[in-house]
Design a protein around this ligand. Structure first.
Ligand code: KG4
Ligand code: ZN
Length: 332
């Protein structure tokens, strides 16, 4: 079954053709990062406009690379939640129009479920049940994946998402948006024990909280500026990254152990972080757990992951009609 998938929840207009949920036939992503960089973050109105301008070209390109016409696709999958409402609406309306015109099934896909499904493309042997840590710009969740379309969130961030904390801490260190990747690079030549940063406590041992940590970094930079002292950015990046990785890894591994999982997975934009990949790999090896992580190219927003999850949603009978609407925030 060949699914044309559409993703437009934030600042990437993406379209892909995926076969049977596991094989990418084509995968096109048009990023708007350069434009949003000017404002230090995503400007929702600009994101919507660019999606409108790009979506037809991006989807045509995905079909062309796949050597297929829209008629030859068996269904159309689209991210309908969560995300920026104006951005989501562009993808949803495009997909609804295409499905109606070509009389194809329309499959609504939850963005976070899509991030998790990126692992199915990369790892043909991976099947539920397993437990997954999803860390992105908008979410930090520990999720029990009971089946392809059955999820249970047992931990979440109480304030900022991990990616959001990376981006805001990076901004205070002078890096452009999105700063996660710049912290990753700077951390490679920094000393992670140089700056002591706070580790938050939460009532639920599987929850996260990153806003105190983010504020500590911002205050550290401001205080140094006021005293005319110089911060070692590489050391601060390394210290921040180390702290975030320790928090994410320790709580995720505890959740896996407490709930008896031997198969664990990582997903979301922050899964591209080299420190997090290493820390989790080491810990999983120590604990005798099998860890799955998508390649870096499938960690950030893309439509291939939506096509993968779309296949399993279709198999479970989860299709929609022309009354499908976009939803800005929606739990799993
Ligand atoms: O999943 P994603 O592409 O979009 C959302 O659904 O939010 O995640 C984007 C987030 C951004 O905060 C970005 O800075 C972060 O992922 N990110 C990273 C790295 N690459 C992307 N964070 C840390 N290290 C990286 N290498
Ligand atoms: Zn995402």
């Amino acid at each position: 079954m060949k699914i044309l998938a559409v993703e437009s929840s934030c600042d990437e207009t993406a379209c892909a053709v995926v076969e049977d949920g596991r094989r990418i036939i084509s995968n096109v992503v048009a990023t708007q990062i350069e434009e949003h960089k000017l404002y230090g973050g995503v400007v929702p109105e600009i994101a919507s406009r660019r999606h409108c301008e790009n979506i037809v070209g991006v989807c045509s390109e995905a079909l062309e690379q796949a050597g297929m016409s829209l008629d030859e696709c068996d269904a159309i999958a689209v991210t309908y939640a969560p995300g920026l409402i104006g951005a989501l609406l562009v993808g949803v309306n495009f997909a609804k129009g295409a499905a109606l015109a070509k009389k194809k099934p329309l499959i609504p896909v939850h963005h976070i479920k899509g991030h998790i499904a990126a692992n199915y493309i990369a790892h043909p042997e991976l099947e539920p049940p397993y437990i997954c840590l999803v860390a992105s710009g908008g979410h930090s969740h520990i999720i029990k994946v009971n089946d392809y379309t059955e999820f249970q969130t047992i931990g979440r961030t109480l304030d900022d998402a991990a990616g959001e904390a990376f981006d805001k801490a990076a901004r205070s260190m002078g890096f452009p948006y999105p700063g996660g990747i710049h912290i990753d690079k700077a951390a490679k030549s920094g000393d992670p024990s140089r700056y002591k940063l706070p580790v938050p406590k939460t009532e639920n041992p599987y929850d996260f909280s990153f806003s105190g940590l983010k504020t500590a970094v911002i205050n550290l930079v401001h205080n140094a500026e006021q005293k005319g002292e110089k911060i070692n950015v590489n050391d601060l990046a390394a210290s921040f990254q180390h702290t975030v990785c320790e928090i994410l890894t320790s709580r995720f591994i505890k959740a896996a152990e407490d709930n008896g999982y031997k198969t664990i997975a990582l997903a979301g934009g922050v899964a591209a972080n080299s420190g997090l990949r290493e820390t989790l790999e080491k810990k999983a090896l120590q604990k005798g757990m099998k860890l799955y992580i998508p390649p870096v190219s499938l960690c950030g927003d893309n439509a291939a992951m939506i096509g993968s999850q779309g296949y399993y949603e279709y198999m479970a009978g989860n299709t929609a009609g022309s009354d499908l609407n976009a939803v800005a925030s929606l739990r799993l």
